[in-house]
Design a protein around this ligand. Sequence first.
Ligand code: SAM
Length: 349
Amino acid sequence: MRFIGSKVLLLDRIKEVIDDKAPDAQTFCDIFSGTAVVARYFKEWYEVSSNDLLYFSYVLQRATIENDSIPLFTHLKEKTGITDPLDYFNGKEKKEMEELSQERRFFQNTYAPTGDRMYLTDENALRIDYARCTVEDWKTAGLLNDDEYYYLVACIVEGIPFVSNTSGTYGAFHKTWERRSSKRYQLYRLDVTTNNKSNHCYNEDGVKLLKRLSGDILYIDPPYNARQYLPNYHVLETAAKYDYPEVQGVTGQRKEEGQKSDFCQKKQVLTAFDNLIDNARYQHIILSYSTDGLMPVEDIEAVMKKYGKPETFQIYEIPYRRYKSRKVKETDRLKELLIYIEKQVQPCI
Ligand SMILES: C[S@@+](CC[C@H](N)C(=O)[O-])C[C@H]1O[C@@H](n2cnc3c(N)ncnc32)[C@H](O)[C@@H]1O
């Protein structure tokens, strides 16, 4: 999924650091999970916990981390004869979906030309509405268990960026249709790695959550600038919640205020980071950050050394691939950082 700060291109580098520093580790926590791509990757080797403030991120995690295989949809099959719900939705013709009542079509009425916006075409928005409403109906009718419900909602969400008329985020839509938006929307079939371990997902403030978790490796990938995530991904959040929110403005943002991250606010970020590292009961701590971030590297170092073993502190610099084409001097180039420290973990009392 296209997502600001996705670490899909850094997975091998993170693994190199972990293999070097924590060869005996058994458990891995991805406390700012976003697309869940890091948690999914490391699920092959570790018992994983993951977390994010965004509900749609939680749904992606719940479907692929806490689920330990693709659900079987046994009850749905028995009662409706639908053997593969993804094929069922992806094969629907437009006229079959027209049976969905107008008032249930939140996406078409809000994010498509019917609602005077151009995030999605009318037909694709209706496809999303149809799938999302049907999944809710199946859940209410007892045809889906939680594992099946989250898997289907995640497949619905994951498919949306492929047909969205945006440049990646949902802070705005294009005023003319991009080629991708005319493709037919499809639910995206997510893979689920089986590791036969007790993996858990959360949808909370990571700083507070860390008071209740402990383990071997903590991977921390906070936002590094002032750009809040919820306004940039509000359409995906609404697809996951499907809660008919009040929206406002040309962009149709959700009206709610409550979900501002301290990590995106200059005044709050250092205290939040200090509390995070203080609360962490993990032996190996790895932070992803940028030399362009709100926290200066010297402040990060001071906090990590305050709670960790100072002699183990190490910074790995990775040139920022996406800035390669910019005309900047080598020395000015932004760097992505992986920052490691070992922490003496107090045993739980
Ligand atoms: C840089 S992104 C993580 C990207 C992720 N590693 C990936 O590869 O997709 C930062 C994430 O932190 C989340 N976030 C921000 N503040 C948070 C907090 N206090 N607790 C939990 N998650 C938070 C955001 O919602 C966002 O998904």
